[in-house]
Design a protein around this ligand. Structure first.
Ligand code: NAD
Ligand code: UDX
Length: 454
């Protein structure tokens, strides 16, 4: 069996690496039109940082895992073709700002139709709006070659991608359950996963349920974060502690403890995009009340980010002009170099609008990426990029912790306090530091939803 994956991104790269690792007899070709990305996958400096990824890549690359720009050859030789390209929010025309841009998916389908000499199983790995498989099928059916289209959305989270892929809560495969060929295709794809995932964790559904389940799963996760973030504002107003509330609430087995960490708001390439897509679909299917319900989740996220940056400005005497702020962390979450939709972007923009000076430190995000995200020129005097969190904190009026990197927990805060301006503020946007210790050292402190901090 040969597998081709179109799209060597955050999903295609790690997913195919694990498939190649678990299935040494299957040749896996990951192809992409982006030459720099493919070159990076073929180098020691992988384009994606994920704990454990580099080790597995070095084991399987060149054995049964290959990265290349030769899209056509890989499609032609494959039995199963995964489409794992980006499906960003549309920025133009009808549905701009909420619908998914399916142009990359469509061009993959057209390419597959053009170069295939035999029918194949085509798998939607990208997150797609419900009923996208219809589009792919229509394009492929023009060939008369007998393709089967499956939906197999990916549930990995960045930063834990390898662990998630090795032991997923579930694998979802949607296909044409009503035809013999459809059932056969579902079984073929399932047999790949069954080599390392127990069969009972592989859920088989029809195409539309699978496509919609992915959007729904992300919407539910985002909703939990917005719910606890909404409560965090109330905690700050009343003296309650959001972590204590989350623990009490999450101990109910019907609710569960995960995804109840109040924060500066969720980021990442998926939640916002998929929520907006869900809103768009509801509007498209004339369900305005349902659309409004889900839009509220996104509105709350925006509110949480601006509430945080406003709080920083308010605490620093409503004036941060010329003040040095140490920005600790820029990635949208820990253990990744990804900054897509990072809450740090909006928050830092707010600070720059107030003419603050920002000293950045993130262990994995490059200076170039931060400049790009904030639209900064190379000679912008308001920003500085530091090699350590200590350097960023030097002479700073405040430390703004935006990403929950583990290393921030174990720093010498006595030394940091000494090097800062007074009063020395810490704004812990992830509630990840030892607040009691910091208060004892004389820092002024704000957490998220920590109404009890003095
Ligand atoms: P990405 O932007 O990192 O990678 C997509 C890749 O596809 C790019 O390298 C791009 O060059 C390539 N590409 C686009 N059009 C192409 C074409 N016609 N031919 C060949 N290559 C092409 O995106 P990603 O984060 O890997 O996400 C991919 C999909 O998976 C999206 O639909 C996303 O919603 C979904 N998803 C992402 C995550 C995540 O954590 N990032 C998790 C689950 C699902
Ligand atoms: C998410 C989904 O979890 C994953 O299943 C899907 O395949 C892709 O989208 P990802 O965006 O990579 O994964 O990371 P996730 O761990 O979900 O975090 C998303 C954002 O929510 C991050 O900014 C994170 O910091 C934030 N978050 C998460 C919180 O603010 N509080 C929480 O309790 C959990």
């Amino acid at each position: 069996m040969r597998i081709c994956c179109i799209g060597a991104g955050y999903v295609g790269g790690p997913t195919m690496t694990v498939i190649a690792h678990k299935c040494p007899d299957i040749r896996v070709d990951v192809v992409d039109i982006n030459k720099a990305r493919v070159d990076a996958w073929n180098s020691d400096n992988l384009p994606v940082f994920e704990p454990g990824l580099a080790e597995i890549v070095s084991e399987v690359r060149g054995r049964n895992l290959f990265f290349s720009n030769d899209v056509d050859a890989a499609i032609e030789a494959a039995d199963i073709v995964f489409i794992s390209v980006n499906t960003p929010t549309k920025t133009y025309g009808h549905g701009a700002g909420s619908a998914s841009d399916l142009s990359f998916v469509e061009s993959c389908a057209r390419r597959i139709a053009e170069v295939s000499k035999s029918g194949k199983i085509v798998v939607e790995k990208s997150t797609m709006p419900v009923r996208t498989a219809d589009v792919i099928k229509t394009i492929l059916n023009t060939t008369g070659l007998g393709f089967q289209v499956l939906s197999n959305p990916e549930f990995l989270a960045e930063g834990t991608a390898i662990a998630d892929l090795k032991s997923p809560d579930r694998v979802l495969i949607g296909g044409d359950e009503d035809s013999e060929e459809g059932r056969k295709a579902i079984a073929t794809l399932s047999s790949v996963y069954e080599r390392w995932i127990p069969a009972e964790r592989i859920i088989k559904t029809n195409l539309w349920s699978s496509e919609l389940s992915k959007l729904t799963a992300n919407a539910f996760l985002a909703q939990r974060i917005s719910s606890i973030n909404a409560i965090s504002a109330l905690c700050e107003a009343t003296g309650a502690d959001v972590q204590q509330v989350a623990k009490a609430v999450g101990s109910d087995s019907r609710i569960g403890p995960k995804f109840l960490n109040a924060s500066i708001g969720y980021g990442g390439s998926c939640f916002q995009k998929d929520l907006l897509n869900l809103v768009y679909l509801c509007e498209h299917f004339n369900l305005p009340e349902v659309a409004k319900y889900w839009r509220g989740v996104s509105d709350m996220n925006r509110y949480q980010k601006s509430r945080f940056s406003r709080q920083v400005v308010d605490c620093l005497f409503r004036n941060i002009m010329g003040k040095r702020l140490a920005i600790w962390g820029f990635a949208f979450k820990e253990n990744t170099n990804d900054t897509r939709e990072s809450p740090a972007i909006d928050i830092c923009r707010d600070f720059l609008a107030e003419n603050a000076k920002l000293a950045f430190y993130d262990p994995k995000v490059s200076e170039e990426q931060i400049r790009k995200d904030l639209c900064l020129t190379v000679d912008d005097p308001r920003v500085e990029f530091c090699k350590t969190p200590y350097e960023a904190a030097e002479n700073a009026h405040a430390i703004i912790l935006l990403t929950q990197w583990e290393e921030f927990k174990n720093l010498d805060y006595k030394r940091i306090k000494k090097a800062m301006m007074t009063p020395a503020w810490i704004f812990d946007g992830r509630n990840s530091l030892d607040h009691r210790l910091l208060l004892d050292l004389g820092f002024l402190l704000r957490g998220i939803g920590k109404g009890n901090l003095s």
